[in-house]
Design a protein around this ligand. Sequence first.
Ligand SMILES: [Zn+2]
Length: 77
Amino acid sequence: MKPIHKFNNGNGATLCNACSVIIETGLTDALLCEECKKDYDKLSLVFDSEHRVLQAVKEIAEERIAKIIKQRIESKN
Ligand SMILES: [Zn+2]
């Protein structure tokens, strides 16, 4: 994994490798947000390759984001 840096504002930002949330403003070495880091640590005990672990963390993050979006839609009805 490499840090993901975004440059479109003054200081830039570092994004989560799994869910693309901004972890820190400025360009740092951070790789994952708090939530994805927790999942990553758990899943690295299950899968051997970093690629598989990251893929699983991404899928979990997608589900988490989908749930939040659904809740927002439902609270407007
Ligand atoms: Zn994340």
